[in-house]
Design a protein around this ligand. Structure first.
Ligand code: GLA
Length: 396
């Protein structure tokens, strides 16, 4: 797969720009086993980089122009690096966002030609946006010798989405895309940014994503609303415990003492978050003991919380999760990512993957009239350079 994309993009680059790419790189999407909507609350997450990725062929220009071509959208866009406006296709905002953050740091980033494309399903909740931001920030770092380390690039990619795109996302997606490691999940503490890799080579079970094929419009506005609701909860707790900065800083028991002080909706949102933060720690302990069945049960608890307390699920996601509840070969299932569409993540016994996919697809088609797309997920490395020819002529 990597080879196919690399060759295709290099060829396209030469056709469009009449020269060779200086850099070819790959930035993956992400999965997340457990820990949803905990990142911006200072909690834990357990994501990994996936095999599906965006590939980039890119080279510097010395005239300040940025010429972009999205292979997936068959669309191009050109602008000046020092005139970043939200006037192009929506995908260009992720790229401009990265450039704006580099400029905010006063770093000398110039123009470039770039072709990109890949196999990350769009709108499926596996964060093609983070892959785009991480790939571009990594490419700029190398092309313009900016000297930033990977963690710095992660924060920069997140800031691009917060400030230019306008989604107040946490750090999980960019972290996983940049720092992912083959056959490992990352246990990330989003408060301290301490992280460790957990080996994740399940012999009996595989990760299967079921893509609802829907992305309800609510996504961005509801996401930002949830963040505000969590902050409202923190403000209430802070009156009693001035040191509380995020929901991570209170235990479930302490939180529950103050139930009466919370508006109902804020209470539900915060209850989900404090429980989920505790759940991820328990889930990690289970993973270390290799107790996958108990781990899977935690995934169902997460889904229930996201459905009923955090209210970021939707009928399509709930249906797919419910379909697995009586399937002995699926030990865990839940919606994944921000919500309101996208994928469910399922732990399925390796001998029953085909039958699981067949029955889920049939039921989904009958219920919603939508063909179900499924992806067996392979855990891969984070952003990586595939080819570097920095001595190739710069052109223009
Ligand atoms: C989106 C955001 C992440 C995270 C998840 C929910 O993917 O980009 O930062 O908050 O939703 O866990």
């Amino acid at each position: 797969m990597v080879q196919v994309y690399t060759e295709e993009l290099k060829q396209l680059f030469t056709e469009l720009f009449h020269r060779q790419a200086q850099l070819v790189l790959r930035a993956p999407g992400r999965i997340n086993l457990i820990g949803e909507h905990t990142d911006y609350n200072g909690g834990f997450v357990l994501p990994a980089a996936m095999d599906k990725a965006i590939y980039f062929a890119v080279a510097k220009r010395d005239d300040g122009q940025c010429h972009l071509y999205s292979e997936n959208m068959s669309e191009s866009h050109t602008f000046l690096v020092d005139q970043l406006k939200k006037d192009g296709p929506s995908w260009s905002n992720y790229i401009k966002g990265v450039l704006a953050e580099l400029q905010r740091l006063g770093l000398p980033v110039g123009g470039f030609d770039m072709v990109f494309g890949g196999d990350i399903p769009l709108g499926a909740g596996v964060s093609s946006s983070a892959a785009l931001e991480c790939g571009v920030s990594y490419a700029m770092n190398v092309l313009y010798s900016l000297g930033l380390d990977k963690l710095h690039l992660v924060k920069l990619a997140q800031a691009a989405e917060n400030n230019f795109v306008g989604v107040n996302c946490g750090i999980m997606d960019q972290f996983a895309s940049m720092m992912g490691k083959k056959n490992s999940v990352i246990q990330l503490d989003c408060r301290s940014l301490d992280y460790k890799y957990f080996p994740f080579e399940m012999s009996e079970y595989v990760v299967v994503l079921c893509d609802t094929g829907v992305k309800h419009n609510l996504g961005t506005s509801e996401y930002n609303t949830r963040r505000n609701e969590c902050e409202a909860g923190v403000a209430i707790l802070k009156k009693h415990y001035p040191k509380v900065e995020t929901l991570r800083d209170v235990s479930v028991a302490t939180f529950l003492i103050h139930e009466k002080e919370f508006p109902e909706v804020v209470f539900k949102r915060c209850k989900y978050v404090v429980e989920e933060i505790a759940r991820v720690e328990e889930a990690c302990a289970l993973l270390l003991k290799n107790d996958l069945e108990a781990f899977g049960a935690k995934m169902y608890e997460t889904h229930d919380g996201l459905q009923h307390l955090y209210e970021v699920s939707c009928d399509e996601l709930d249906f797919l999760v419910d379909e697995t509840r009586n399937n002995a070969h699926v030990i865990g299932s839940r919606m994944m990512g921000g919500g309101f569409g996208g994928c469910t993540i399922n732990l399925v016994h390796k001998d029953f993957v085909d039958s699981f996919i067949k029955s889920a697809a049939l039921a989904y088609q009958q219920k919603f009239g939508i063909p179900l797309k499924t992806y067996q997920s392979v855990i891969s490395d984070g952003v990586s350079i595939l080819e570097k020819h920095l001595d190739a002529p710069m052109g223009w």
